[in-house]
Each structure stands twice: as C-alpha cells, then as structure tokens.
Design a protein around this ligand. Sequence first.
Ligand code: GLN
Ligand code: ZN
Length: 769
Amino acid sequence: MQTHILGYPRIGSKRELKKACEQYWSGKILVEELLNTGRNICNQNWAIQREAGIDLIPCNDFSYYDQVLDMTLTVGAIPTRYHEVALKKNNTELDLYFAMARGYQKEGLDITAMEMTKWFDTNYHYIVPEFYKNQQFKLNSDKIFNEFASAKQAGINVKPVIIGPVSYLLLGKEKEEGFDKLDLVQNLLPVYIEILTKLQEQGAKWIQFDEPFLALDLTEKAKEKYEWAYSEIRNKFPKLKFIVATYFDGLKDNSSLAVSLPVNVLHIDLVRNPEQLDKILNTIPETLSLSLGIVDGRNIWKNDFQKSLSFIKKAVETLGSERVFIAPSSSLLHSPCDLDFETGLNPEIKNWLAFAKQKVQEVVTLKELANGTSDENFLAKFAENKAAIASRKTSPLIHNEAVKQRTSAVTEADSRRKNSFKIRKEEQQKALQLPLFPTTTIGSFPQTAEVRNWRAKFKKGELTAEQYDTLLKEETERTIRWQEKIGIDVLVHGEFERNDMVEYFGEQLNGFVFTKNGWVQSYGSRCVKPPIIFGDVSRPNPMTVYWSQYAQSQTKKWVKGMLTGPVTILQWSFVRDDQHRSETCKQIALAIRDEVVDLEQAGIRIVQIDEPAIREGLPLRQSDWQNYLKWAVEAFRISSSGVEDTTQIHTHMCYSEFNDIIKNIADMDADVITIECSRSQMELLNAFADFKYPNEIGPGVYDIHSPRVPSKAEMVELLRKAQNVIPADQLWVNPDCGLKTRHWDETEKALIAMVQAAKEVASVLVEND
Ligand code: GLN
Ligand code: ZN
C-alpha cells in the first residue's frame, strides 16, 4: 500500500504567496524575492508531507497564479497578443505569464487578460487556454523541471503533476471557427513526450496526469483521444509509472475507458462517488493499481476512519495490498492549509475538522491502520477519530430538534405564494404604484475605504458600537437622499454594514462558525475564507430589519430589503457532510423566510433575495441537474413564499446564461429578476423571450465591473433592444450587479444617466399610447 497526495495548497499557510505576488505586481519587490517566496512554500509543503510520511509527494502542483496557465506557458500556447510583452527587454518569463493572467497596461501596450472561468464545480478559477486552427505547440518553460530539481535537491521523492493532454484541451476554448480543439492532440502530444523525456532524464519515476474530464460526460471523440494519447505515451515510456487522476465525480459510463488506459494507477474520487468502487473493482485489469480518494480534498471535516477502512479493506481483498494507493479525493488546493492556526475555534467544533496538513496525516494514519499497525500512536489516533465522529452524531451544538422538526414539516404549500404571479402583479401595482421602466439598483453602494475603515476600527474597539452605528446611519441616509434626488424609483439602503454577502448572514445564524485563517485560493492572489456550516441552522434574531427599517424611515419611496438566498449561502460555505446538502439548504431557507416575513412586518414592501450562485451549484453531470435544481428552486421558494401577494419579491443573479435552465428560473417565481446583460448587448435576454418568461425582468443596462461610465444613449439603445423581445410592462432598469466595488463619482454619473435613459424610453411609450 502506498500513500500519495494529488496536490497541496500553494498560497502558503499565512498567504505568503498572495502577499509576495501583489508586492511584485505593484513594483515593491524584485522578481528574485517572489521566486524565493515560491521556493520556500514548495519546500515547506514538501517537508510537511515528508514528515507526515507520505510515500509519493507531488511537485509542479505549485503555481504562481494557476496550474492551467502554467501548462499553457509550458506548451507554448501563448496567444500572439502577448508576443510583444515577451520581447520587452526587461521582462522575464514570469512577466509574460502574469500578463496572460492579468493583462498588460504599460509601456504603451494595452493587452487584455486571458479569460478566467470556474474550475469544475469548485470556487477555484483557472485561466482558459486559447486554441486556434492548426495550432503548433512547443516546450516553452522550465518550471516543471526546476521544481523537480529543487525537490530532488531537498531529497524528496516527488511525482510531477501534469494536466493530462485531453483534459488540457477540453479546458480550453476555440478562438476561431472551423476546427475541433480535440484534434490538436496530435500537435500537442510531442510536447508532452518532450516533457516526459526530460523528467525521466532528471530521474522521475512517477508522473501524475490529472484527467478530471474522465469523470464528466464525454463525447465518443474525446474517448478516442484518450485511448490514442495514452497508448502513445505508454509506447514511448515503457518504464515510467503513470497515475491518471480523476476527481469531482464518478467515472460512471467512462469506467471501462478509464480502466483500459495503459497506465499504472487510476485514481478515483470516493468522496463524491463512493458507489463506483464496486464496479471498478469488478472490471479493473491486473496491470492496473487503484488509488482510493477517500479523504475529502474539498471540505474541512475529519475523515471517518472506520468508514474509510472498510473501503480500503474491500479494495485490498480484491487487488492485494500492493495494488492499493490511498489519497485525498482531489488536490488539497481546495482546503485551507492548517487547522493548528485556529486558536479561537470552539474546541469541540475544532475537533471535527481537518485542513490540508491534517488531511495529509489522515492519509498516512489510514495506511498504517489498514496495514494492521500495532503502533500505539496510530491506535490512539484511531480511538480519537472514533470519538470525534461519534460526538458529531449527537452533539447538541450540531443537533437542534426544533429545526429538524420544522424542516421535516415543510409542505408543498410552504413553497407556494398565495396566488399566481398574474394576480400578484395587479396587487403589487396597486400597492406600489411604480412607473413603467422602474429604476433600481442591486443593493450595495460603494464600500469606500472610509466605510471599511470604520468597520476595522469598530472590530478593534477603536469605535464604540454607538459611534459605528451613527456613522453607518449617516452614510445610509446620505445614500437614500441621493437616490431620491436623482429620481430612482426603488431605493436600497446601500449595505454599508455588511462585510460580505454570505459572512454577514452566517455571523448572525446558528450553525455557522468562522475561521481566522481558513483561506482557500479563488484565483491568482485572490483567496476566500468560506464560513463553515457545522450544525442545524436557525435564526435567533432578525438580521437585516434594523437597517432596512431605518432606511425606509428616511423616505416616502420604497426601500428594497436585501437578503442573500439559501442556495448562495450554501454554495459559498463549507457545508456539513453528515446530511444531504438539500437538507442544510432547506434549513437556511426557513431562516431567510422568517427574515422576509419580519421585513414585511416592519413595513418593507419589496424584498430582494440574491441567488448569484444558483447556476454554479449545477452538478457536473447533466443527468444530475434536475434533482439539484428541484431542491435548489424549492429552497428559494420556501424563503420567498411567506409573504402577502402585495409584497414584491426580487431575485438577482450575476450572469445570464439561462438557456438550459430557464424553466427552473421561471419556477423560482420571483416577481422580479435582475440579471447581467449589458456585456452581451442584451443578446442573452433571448432565452427569456423564447421561453415567454412571465414575470418581470431587469436586464442590467451597464457593466459595473468596469469604472467606465456608460452614456444615456447607450443605455437607451439597450433598453430598446430589450423592449424588442420583452413586453415593456415586464421591464425594469438597473445596473448589472451591486456597486460596492465602484467609486462614488462613477456611480453617480452612471446612475444619473441610467435614470434619464429609463425616463426617455418610458416617455416614448406613454406618447405612443
Ligand atoms: N446585493 C448584493 C450587492 O449588491 C448582490 C451582490 C451579488 O449578486 N454578487 O452587493
Ligand atoms: Zn450580481
């Protein structure tokens, strides 16, 4: 039996890489210092794994920005627009690399960054390779060889990790018509062969190919490419040992393909898809070993040793101990680094957790236990583990009978508004008296340095609660006055009291806990610190009523209440794994429902429940979509259905690719949905038009992600386009998303123009009446 790790977090246990990168980008440190930070992190990571006793430690899992971009640079898939950057005489390879990641605006050049997108269903984002017809590749970077060499120097037996050729191509985007990216595999493979040749010369014995697409829906053509690529590789390197790593879902219909690849070890994700073990064990050829991904690489819970040992036992019975490998389910990139830093956590909760460093130890302990160790140390760990798992099952910190009863008593009626949208629309019109093309914003107004500074001072005790409250009230009132002045129809309070749209709610709900240092890489130097949902969720007190009510008391216009929806809260947290996600989501939904009802009671007539993360929760396999959408939509409906017909429910999503899920979006039955639309020039509204979406829509008329101020004429043009496909009495006018990252001056100019645009379009309509 052998242990291995697919990849280790590379941000550094104190986010050293983030800090060094940002300092390098702003010219505060030289490249040598950045490289030094990188080397130190690698050495630390290797040391942690070696000391724990891992047999096969990865290298090339480190990256200064993104592992897919590393591969792009390595195989020379550098889009021509960056060639000039490479030619500038003081630029290093790393400068070219960062230009691809982040764009390049200096020395008279203005080059856009490469596109970034989500890494499967994680919150990590990778840089999308760009492919062209007949593209040629060539070995273009020594990064992987350098990393291998420094591991060797440190005396570590490392296994270089490379994104497999088929997954690499599938991750990319065709930037011109008339070819299929998969056909580039013929041109790409020689570079892989060159890389492997060099690594073999350097002394590498093992290579890990990440092929996550083997766990996704594959076309016949992709399957053929897998067969072809791996038989070529095997033919050229009869002696190298290859691991093909799959993760994030089960192999399912691709199992026979996966087990037939001529490699040495196949890694499967038994956390996401434990069911696949039996099928694989039944079909695996004698030449193949199996790596069991049993320690969750993507969540923060302690492994259940007893359960894992039963998997290992089963595999050993069929394959023999020699052919069994033990590993985390995926790269540990998606876990925070080290639980030891969490000195402030409730010790009982802390005892249920394991971060990357602890997961490495778990893998080793599992191997020892599976081998029947008599070492006291490991046996004690087993006993501790059993106790921790048992305490999670019964702890009153987790289990709240009242919450469980309430969720199980939810009926269909709880997820239905009193009447249909048609009736509600009339009622709401009577009650709210809004004009045609009503204007609103998505919730947040600029979180200036000043506002953030107040919060920081308040947290440090440099401002009293009263002082902080007064400052926020002044800012809120100013924002209300200003919205009144420029003539916005539905006002917002501005969200100045909020740090983050999930954290703000998590901090006020039971069942959540926050870490001090539980950072996970989101993209490049950007890290997030997701809340941990450890127990049954309930709402001890109203969460937003104070601010919404205060804002409403300042104006005769309607102020929209502002909440984060249950699916988004779930999606952006570490979620408990002792019950189905849908159950946790339902508990959150009920808490939000109570908040919506309380807002209504407090005189708030319009409430927005943001669900920007509904789409990203979609399972990787299309066959699982409907099941997810069913409970996700139901959760939203539970949260929004406690109110009277006259209360208008809005939702907001930060995207507008709705083609494939438009029916489910309509099922959410929000009275108004605001979406992103300006970047596609309203094209994406077609999904709504084709579906004859019945409720109201606010297609964003300007892009808030850029400081650019749009003109009134542009927005009029977009509204006309929208009007061509959606009846005017269904349309709202709003920006794409919240304004919290913008400055006040651009926000003021843009919103004034937006209100004028709405008025212009509305007046034409009234004249034509
Ligand atoms: N109400 C939130 C805001 O305006 C919505 C943010 C989001 O959708 N990402 O900031
Ligand atoms: Zn948004």
